[in-house]
Design a protein around this ligand. Structure first.
Ligand code: FPP
Ligand code: MG
Length: 332
């Protein structure tokens, strides 16, 4: 199989060509939606969009739309813009919360300008996304509003400890499903919905998207430990610095091996000290919890793919299966 210009391998050349051309048009529309009334706002709002990103969410909208009778419906393109604008808006806010300095290999908006600009630019992009959602009708507005409250609630839950008696892994999985599963589920749902797929297919793709979305975030969290910044375009160890326990950390913390004593001591606190964080990263990268976490994510992707059984076998189902696999095993 030759390397695909898309973020996933598509075995069917005709489908691949269609997706590539359509994503190129969506890219132009996204640039247009980042335009404000003044050059300053346009510059701030275009900053992260222009820095790149794999456009996983728009691609999923387009792929899911292939499962319906009218994949070319213009609402599908609008929905693809809606989900990417919402996602990028949330990243502006996330980078403020994480005090991150690098994303997509570029300065974050908070580093390039300041927190105020970053937050307001996120709001601006969220406003643009809401304007477009209004064009999609009241059902889409309701779905978008629900998605957005789940996304924000997931992000809020990440900042608090599990409730009394609540399992730490369940708490973390709820955070992940909220902050990332929700929008990826909506991407797949919108695609199927606006291409006129049956309610059964729309629901199956929503459920598939929810699991793929969680797998995406779990992989991202593994990469926060495993990836070098040259590959991820972000600063590794951000979750450790913020003291956010993620899947590999929770799995390592279950260890009773005395050889892990130093790692467990380091993991019990936010690691703002560079040397301590580097030590924890090094120990974690070599810990069996990394493989255990990867296996867990592959299990999620397998669950996700089961929902695709409502679709006829063929290039679209194969591409959606590949999408789940790529998300679960990505290395950047
Ligand atoms: C990335 O997580 C962040 C998210 C998936 C969602 C963040 C959502 C908010 C901050 C609320 C947004 C609110 C508005 C009004 C737009 P991460 O830090 O684990 O991933 P990263 O490694 O890409 O930073
Ligand atoms: Mg972050």
């Amino acid at each position: 199989m030759t390397e695909s210009p898309l973020a996933l391998p598509v075995v069917d050349a005709e489908l691949e060509q269609r997706l590539v051309e359509r994503l190129a048009r969506i890219e132009e529309q996204l640039a247009e939606h980042c335009r404000g009334r003044t050059p300053y706002v346009t510059r701030a709002a275009s900053h992260l969009m222009e820095a790149g990103g794999r456009r996983f969410r728009p691609l999923l909208v387009l792929l899911a739309a292939e499962a319906g009778p009218h994949p070319d419906a213009p609402e599908v393109d609008t929905a693809a813009c809606v989900v990417e604008l919402t996602h990028v808006a949330s990243l502006y806010h996330d980078d403020v919360m994480d005090e991150a300095v690098m994303r997509r290999g570029a300065d974050t908006a908070n580093a390039r300008w300041d927190n105020h600009v970053a937050i307001l630019t996120g709001d601006f992009l969220f406003g643009r996304s809401s304007e477009l959602t209004a064009d999609l009708g009241p059902d889409a507005v309701r779905i978008q509003a629900r998605t957005f409250s789940r996304l924000v609630e997931g992000q809020i839950l990440e900042t608090v400890d599990p409730g009394p008696g609540e399992d730490r892994l369940s708490h973390y999985l709820e955070v992940v499903a909220g902050k990332t599963g929700s929008l990826i589920a909506t991407s797949a749902r919108y695609g199927a919905m606006f291409s006129g797929a049956s309610p059964e297919v729309v629901e199956a793709l929503r459920a598939y998207g929810e699991l793929v979305g969680s797998a995406f975030q779990l992989s991202d969290d593994i990469l926060d430990i495993a990836a070098e910044s040259a590959d991820s375009g972000k600063t590794p160890g951000t979750d450790l610095r913020e003291g956010v326990p993620t899947l590999p950390v929770l799995m390592a913390q279950a260890s009773t091996d005395p050889a892990d004593a130093r790692l467990l001591e380091l993991l019990g606190q936010p690691l703002s000290d560079d040397a301590l964080r580097a030590e924890a990263l090094d120990l974690l990268r070599r810990h069996p919890a990394m493989q255990q976490a990867r296996d867990y994510v592959v299990g999620q992707a397998t669950q996700a793919k089961k929902h695709l059984e409502v679709l006829d076998p063929g290039p679209v189902r194969t591409a959606l299966e590949a999408f789940a696999d790529v998300v679960a095993t990505r290395s950047s």
